[in-house]
Design a binder for this molecule. Structure first.
Ligand SMILES: NC(=O)C1=CN([C@@H]2O[C@H](COP(=O)(O)OP(=O)(O)OC[C@H]3O[C@@H](n4cnc5c(N)ncnc54)[C@H](OP(=O)(O)O)[C@@H]3O)[C@@H](O)[C@H]2O)[C@@H](O)CC1
Ligand SMILES: Nc1ncnc2c1ncn2[C@@H]1O[C@H](COP(=O)(O)OP(=O)(O)O)[C@@H](O)[C@H]1O
Ligand SMILES: [K+]
Length: 509
């Protein structure tokens, strides 16, 4: 699913206009698509009165077209003007074609109409919304939201660029978005205001989409199914990658266990697991598959930089390195992480404390000569950028995309609606649930990602595949264990079922 910012949408409309599909035709198509959708809804409900709530911009214009088309087919429609007569030439010309459709402009009339409508269509504000809602608007929106409300392009009050909402934003059961889904609609909190999202084709030429800078898309199962490495019947372990994990400390051995277990379940051929010597016996009892590399530690159980030479030798034999989960943030681990990055000979996945260790010397990232993937959660991202978590969360795509472009890395900004940003474009995940908001879920993701990269899947593809499957594993776990009780380790238990499905899908394709 394509995702666009409001600026990109405006550029698409402009390119479309230059390529023979005018602005007026786009609006006519948008209204047509909306009317087709509404007709389907009416048929399912066996009848229904439709009230279009319209603002004075082009979002209202789409509604005038739909109202005219539906009315010509005998559907009882009315229009409520919330911001007066349309301001744009386009919307005004559509408004003038309403004919004898009832137009309500007093608040009292509109309130009454909302009360008796079967469907309320929200065409008050689209991508041109800014500022806040006036109290009387918020009150009307609350009333409309209590009905079966259908969003036009985006719920009014939502920010199509960031996913922010203002108090009183319209709550829609379904939203019909034109040309492409707006990025903000797949981020929180706006996502929860959209209901089911449908994208309507309004005739923007394919060539226009191809000219958009920094394209974005939602991650789908279909997309990631093709990334699975093929397994030939005569294959051997050396063909499925060699992963070096530099993880864990005496205080956080679990992070090493979870990332390693997840990596093993994602199919890597060989794993070397560098962890503090003291935790190896317990780990090996649980997971005998990896080759264990004992690390020397300080008196608190955190790895020393003196392990560097041994780790570099092991890295030379590896196809990917995962560093950071549970490693701890000390002067010694900082020196170790820095050295691994500076001398890396294969792709590196930098997670958790691996990220924390470089926040003071972020420019070294630009000098890394191998593909680098960072997997920060919002607080780690804020540390990287030396800003607040709120600043990260208020504009996730801008923060992730700018970082990826500036540093030439793949950046996985975690949290509901995880973003995989690369220097060329970005992907957004929609799987997962709040049952995953538990310490350890990130370690599982890091292990999965590292395993896929080690197997030779290009970093961006691997990141999309890992975040999609990680969230899907969370959704499966929640189904039979509940969001409340499920654990990060349960995600690992779901992986075999998910890979089985992907393999079956590949065999049937
Ligand atoms: N262009 C095309 O060909 C196509 C466009 N399409 C449709 O156009 C939509 C974008 O239309 P748009 O740019 O006119 O903006 P829209 O969202 O209607 O709102 C702007 C109006 O609201 C006002 N306003 C804003 N905030 C406000 C507030 N807090 N309180 C009060 N007023 C406020 C704002 O006022 P102003 O900025 O002037 O102060 C302005 O008058 C898009 O979402 C899609 O539905 C489709 O048909 C496809 C083809
Ligand atoms: N509400 C949610 N919806 C979807 N995914 C979530 C949600 N909460 C957490 N996750 C996912 O779980 C993981 C948590 O990672 P992180 O915060 O690094 O955990 P930890 O470091 O404790 O292992 C991320 O991949 C994140 O996207
Ligand atoms: K709207």
């Amino acid at each position: 699913m394509r995702l666009v910012t409001p600026q990109q949408m405006r550029r698409l409309e402009e390119l479309s206009d230059q390529n023979g599909v005018s602005y007026a035709q786009l609006m006519e198509h948008a209204g047509q698509q909306l009317s087709i959708f509404l007709l389907r809804q009416i048929r399912q409900k066996k009848g229904g009165k439709i009230l279009f709530l319209c603002g004075n911009g082009n979002n209202g214009g789409d509604c005038f077209v739909a109202a005219r088309l539906l009315s010509s087919q005998g559907v009882p429609v009315s229009v409520g003007l919330l911001c007066g007569i349309p301001k744009t030439i386009l919307a005004y010309s559509m408004y003038k074609q309403l004919g004898d459709i009832p137009v309500l402009s007093s608040i009292a009339q509109i309130k009454e109409a909302i009360g008796i409508a079967d469907f309320v269509v929200d065409g008050v504000f689209g991508t041109g919304f800014h500022g806040t809602l006036r109290p009387e608007q918020a009150e009307l929106f609350a009333l409309a939201s209590s009905r079966f409300c259908i969003g036009v392009d985006i719920p009014s009050g939502g920010n199509a660029e960031t996913g922010a909402v203002v108090p009183g934003t319209m709550r829609c059961r379904m939203t019909v978005s034109f040309g492409a889904c707006k990025f903000g609609m797949v981020q929180y909190p706006l996502k929860t205001y959209c209901g089911e999202i449908l994208v309507a084709d309004i005739g923007i030429p394919e060539s226009a989409y191809q000219q958009i800078d920094y394209p974005m898309a939602g991650i789908t199962e279909r997309m990631i199914a093709n990334f699975l490495p093929s397994r030939q019947p005569d294959s051997h372990k050396g063909q499925f990658g060699k992963l070096l994990c530099i993880t864990g400390s005496e205080r956080m051995p679990g992070a090493a266990v979870m990332s390693a277990a997840a990596a093993l379940r994602c199919g890597v051929g060989l794993m070397r697991l560098a962890v503090p010597r003291s935790v190896i016996a317990a780990m090996c009892a649980r997971y005998p598959e990896p080759m264990y590399l004992p690390m020397q530690t300080d008196e608190k159980g955190f790895a020393l930089s003196a392990n560097g030479n041994m780790l570099l030798e092991e890295m030379a034999k590896s196809t990917a390195v995962l560093i950071g989960c549970g490693l701890g943030e000390t002067e010694e681990t900082k020196a170790l992480v820095t050295r691994i990055l500076q001398e890396a000979t294969c792709p590196v996945i930098l997670d958790a404390d691996g990220i924390n260790c470089v926040t003071g010397c972020i420019d070294i990232i630009k000098e890394v000569k191998v593909p680098l993937i960072l997997t920060p959660h919002p607080a780690e991202m804020a540390r990287l950028l030396h800003c607040t978590v709120a600043a990260v969360q208020s504009d996730r795509m801008e923060q992730a995309g700018s970082f990826a472009r500036e540093h030439g890395v793949t950046l996985v900004l975690k949290g509901a609606g995880t973003i995989v940003a690369t220097p060329e474009g970005a992907f957004v995940n929609s799987t997962g649930n709040s049952g995953m908001s538990k310490g350890g879920s990130g370690d599982v993701l890091a292990g999965m990602l590292a395993s896929l990269v080690a197997q030779g899947i290009p970093p961006t593809n691997a990141a999309c595949m890992a975040v999609f499957l990680h969230g899907k594993a969370g959704d499966c776990a929640a189904e039979h264990l509940s969001e409340q009780a499920m654990l990060p380790t349960d995600l690992i238990g779901e992986l075999p079922g998910l890979f089985l499905k992907l393999e079956q899908r590949r065999h049937s394709d």
